[in-house]
Design a protein. Structure first.
Ligand SMILES: Cc1ncc(COP(=O)(O)O)c(C=O)c1O
Length: 366
């Protein structure tokens, strides 16, 4: 008996998520002894703030208890931070969970989800897992093409993911484009603005999607503690929306979807957000100077508003990603994202990591 054949048919075809390669795995695979740096998963290169670490340590004795099912305190604090009611805030096990819950709550088999491509790699995975139809709309100039997305809407469309800024290109769509897009769009389509990199954005014309919440019951914004707050490992993200939309997510979540360490860490992170300003400024400076260097080396690098850069070489066939791995530098190859295998995405690391990355890339392209 082949157990795999017992699986629900749509799930047998799922393409598994391929994460950025862990440091220890590369060390074993390639027998590397020296320091390995990982710039592959858009993680923050810095440890969580001391205030967060202390809050986590204080929580450890309480781990024999289930977490607060309602995420009471972090929900209230996010609501206060954004000037919304607590009913408008939903907290999830990473924003990734909220994407899943949205599809689970709203999209019937036969209905479709539209999203840009290449974009966040979880979108196709979630659609496959939920047996819903997905429609991938190509980027234009490495940027989400909202006009094309709107033109692709059919009576079957139930949900649209707008990744802004877009992963893996780092580019963004501005406020005017978002207004044109939402204006006249059917209001029974759930529009998800996935803003995982929001805190890194400096562009003055980045859309004020928060404003849309007043007018549109069908709009939801996703944010996360994984990136700028250095908390990818604890898994916590949240959404802002109309209270009615958030109430639907509560109906489909696990009772204890957010663990207690994550709740306590996020509270400390939010409280001390101001202290991250310097790190955000360093990210911006480093990102722009690396982008300039890469362009001077002949790569195409779309302008980024995030903590990563997409790097596209003039020609394919040089195994850049694997040859950088040989030298202990892990970046994310873009083949799974539908780009050429020598294209890669590199996260902005510490100043020293960024220097090492550039040096290594110079070696493998020499
Ligand atoms: C665009 C985008 N959305 C969502 C996520 C998921 O973030 P989280 O760690 O909150 O699940 C990521 C993570 O890389 C992302 O790039």
């Amino acid at each position: 008996m082949n157990i795999r054949e017992l699986m629900r048919p749509h799930l047998q075809k799922v393409n598994p998520y391929v994460p950025g390669k862990p440091i220890e795995e590369l060390r074993r695979e390639k027998n590397i002894e020296g320091e390995i740096i990982k710039l592959a998963s858009n993680e923050n290169p810095y440890e969580p703030m001391d205030e967060i670490k202390r809050a986590i340590i204080d929580e450890i004795p309480l781990l024999d208890r289930y977490p607060d099912s309602s995420c009471h305190y972090i929900t209230n604090e996010l609501a206060e931070y954004y000037g919304l009611s607590r009913e408008q805030v939903f907290v999830g096990n990473g924003s990734n969970e909220i994407l899943e819950l949205l599809v689970k709550a709203f999209v019937n088999p036969g209905e479709e989800v539209i999203y840009p491509f290449p974009s966040f790699i979880a979108y196709p995975l979630i659609c496959q897992q939920s047996a819903v139809t997905d429609k991938k709309i190509p980027l234009k100039d490495f940027t989400v093409d909202l006009k094309a997305i709107k033109a692709a809407v059919t009576p079957a469309t139930k949900m649209i993911f707008v990744c802004n800024p877009n992963n893996p290109t780092g580019t963004y769509v501005g406020g005017e484009a978002v207004d044109d897009f939402i204006n006249g769009l059917r209001r029974d389509i759930i529009v998800v603005f996935d803003e995982a990199y929001f805190e890194y954005v400096t562009a003055p014309d980045f859309p004020d999607t928060y404003r849309l919440l007043r007018e549109y019951r069908n709009v939801i914004l996703l944010r996360t503690f994984s990136k700028v707050f250095s908390l990818a490992g604890v898994r916590i993200g949240y959404s802002l929306s109309h209270a009615e939309l958030a109430s639907c997510l509560h109906l489909v979540r696990q009772p204890f979807n957010v663990n207690s360490i994550a709740q306590i860490a996020a509270r400390a992170a939010l409280k001390h957000f101001d202290k991250l300003k310097k790190r955000i400024e360093e990210n911006t400076r480093e990102r722009e100077s690396i982008a300039d260097e890469l362009r001077a080396m002949g790569f195409t690098v779309p302008p980024s508003q995030t903590n990563f850069l997409l790097v596209v070489p003039r020609a394919e066939g040089n195994n850049l990603v694997s040859r950088m791995e040989d030298r202990g530098v892990i970046v994310r190859g873009m083949a799974p994202f539908g780009l050429g295998g020598d294209s890669f995405r590199v996260s902005i690391g510490t100043v020293a990591e960024n220097r090492r990355f550039i040096q290594t890339l110079r070696e493998v392209t020499a």
